[in-house]
Design a protein around this ligand. Structure first.
Ligand code: PLP
Length: 536
């Protein structure tokens, strides 16, 4: 491959924008975007190539010695990287929360990189800082519905914040629990607060054995990363199983009381608004009562389900969310914004002061620098993507999208329920559902309750899911769930997330047909038939 000359003159050219639309750069850009469009019109994966093969093209361990021409490198990226990426835009890619984006994000992404603002401080982000605060205010209003005076007072206040923008739900959950911890273990008399003296001194001062967090077993794994990082420890993550997929407020209260009776202090109860695995929503209003009775922080993880608030028809599913002290939202899920757009919101605009940090050259006291209360430092202007989406879709546009996804999930659930060879495991509350293959002869059959038959069905689900993924036409994910139907024993299920607005009912029918075809050619299917004969 032709190498570029090693000279400052060449490197300066790389930093300078070429003139004219027929410039080399414009050609490269056109070439790249044509290739991306071609890629996105194809199947989920374009070539059934094993991961190990791809690893071979990325196994050079030395930094390239010589500069390369941009055009040559662009071609290399297309061949090595783009070609083997996963087409998350495909209407038959229905296994994860990552899906197609509206086209307008491509030119906006160019603008974002073009401006390269850093939201950590006003000096590198002037107009972007007020924009980000406004976006946080809009989302805050959607949840907490305070009046105009409230937002006039706090939206741009240097000493308050309605929330924080961050890269995703994980950081949002961490920020919320960080604020909760520092608020509960605040300065008190001679004690200078956990942020200054550390957790050991704080527990000693307040006379607590341990600090704990309570959620259902369906809680996202980012919660256990958070308790680890905050020094609370994973064993203090109290999780309650939920065969109905929702956290029981009675059991939460009982466990909280037991925990505190042993000399510990419950820091927070986390309610989930849209679990990652099944899309269920915890009874938020009742959990807020429990948190109030226990005297702890109430956090709601609405990373997935928060966007349901745009829908007049469905927002009542989240009743009680307005009582959350803090709340996590991911705009890169049901708000169709590119990845890297998480938010944490605080009911009380003073909350984030519990984690405020100052530094001399940056984040000076009294400044409006967002970095003083965010976990992350340098951050890009992703808030602009949310801002643009909120305007381009409007609340009404988002409402249509949310309502449509839920309708589609219900239609798919009915399709599965009516199908003799499939079994619906969890019905959709939001646009998620789980199901599995279950040969028709097993329906209502006592054998279905047997552990070894369920073990075979688990193997069947795993084998079908893998083959379907490898065939590359469509993608459905899988997980293991405890359900009351099967004595709370875990079973393996297909998991579907219906986020892509372009997925049709015909696509869904095709996916079931493909799964059944794969299954009927497997030895496990035959083994199940033998079980049937034996029991007859
Ligand atoms: C996706 C998700 C998270 C984590 O968010 P990331 O953006 O992946 O960091 C946390 N909680 C729930 C309920 C989620 O759905």
């Amino acid at each position: 491959m032709a190498k570029a000359e090693v000279s400052l003159a060449h490197l300066f050219r790389v930093f300078t924008k070429p003139e004219g639309t027929d410039s080399k750069l414009a050609q490269i850009e056109q070439h790249l975007s044509d290739n991306v469009s071609d890629f996105l019109s194809q199947h989920v994966v374009t070539q059934a190539i094993p991961l190990e093969e791809i690893e071979k093209t990325f196994s050079d361990h030395r930094v390239p010695e010589h500069p390369e021409f941009v055009s040559a490198h662009a071609d290399a990226l297309l061949n090595k990287l783009v070609k083997h990426s996963v087409n998350t835009y495909s209407p038959t890619f229905i296994g994860h929360m990552t899906s197609a984006l509206p086209y307008f994000h491509l030119p906006l992404a160019k603008l974002l990189v073009g401006l390269n603002q850093n939201l950590v401080k006003i000096e590198t982000s002037k107009a972007f800082t007020p924009l980000e605060r406004q976006v946080l205010g809009m989302m805050h209003q959607l949840v907490y519905q305070r009046d105009g005076d409230f937002y006039d007072a706090y939206l741009h206040s240097a000493n308050h914040s309605l929330g924080a923008f961050c890269s995703g739900g994980t950081i949002a959950n961490m920020t919320a629990l960080w604020v909760a911890r520092n608020t509960m273990l605040k300065a008190d008399g001679v004690f200078k607060g956990v942020a200054r003296e550390g957790l050991a001194s704080a527990l000693r001062h307040y006379g607590y054995g341990n600090l704990g967090i309570l959620s259902s077993k369906r809680g996202h794994y980012s919660l256990s990363k958070a308790v680890d990082l905050l020094g609370i420890g994973r064993e203090q993550m109290l999780t309650i199983d939920c065969p109905t997929q929702r956290l029981s407020p009675e059991r939460a209260l009982k466990l909280a009381k037991e925990y505190e009776a042993n000399g510990n202090k419950l820091l927070a109860i986390v309610g989930i608004a849209g679990t990652t695995e099944t899309g269920h929503i915890d009874p938020l209003d009742e959990l807020a009562d429990v948190a109030q009775e226990v005297g702890c922080h109430f956090h709601v993880d609405a990373a997935w389900g928060g966007a349901t608030l745009f829908s007049e028809k469905h927002r009542s599913l989240l009743n009680g969310i307005e009582r959350a002290d803090s709340l996590t939202l991911d705009a890169h899920k049901q708000m169709y914004v590119p990845m890297g757009a998480g938010m944490v919101l605080f009911k009380d605009p003073n909350s984030s002061n519990a984690v405020r940090h100052h530094a001399q050259y940056i984040l000076r006291e009294g400044s409006k620098d967002l970095g003083a209360t965010t976990l992350e430092g340098s951050r890009n202007g992703m808030a602009m993507m949310v801002y643009a989406s909120l305007h381009i879709f409007g609340r009404e546009g988002y409402e249509l999208l949310i309502d449509m996804s839920i309708e589609k999930a219900k239609a798919f659930a009915k399709m599965i329920d009516d199908h003799p060879q499939f079994e619906l495991i969890t019905s959709p509350t939001l646009s998620l559902l789980t199901y599995r293959l279950r040969p028709a002869f097993l329906a209502n059959h006592p054998l279905l309750k047997h552990a070894d038959v369920n073990a075979l069905l688990d193997q069947l689900t795993v084998a079908v899911q893998k083959q379907q993924r490898e065939a590359g036409k469509s993608f459905v994910s899988r997980t293991r769930l405890h359900t009351s139907t099967y004595h709370n024993d875990p079973i393996t299920v297909f998991r579907v997330v219906l986020a892509n607005p372009l997925t049709t009912e015909e696509d869904l029918q095709d996916i079931l047909n493909e799964q059944l075809d794969i299954a009927q050619n497997l030895d496990i299917w035959k083994a199940l038939l033998v079980q049937d004969k034996a029991s007859a």
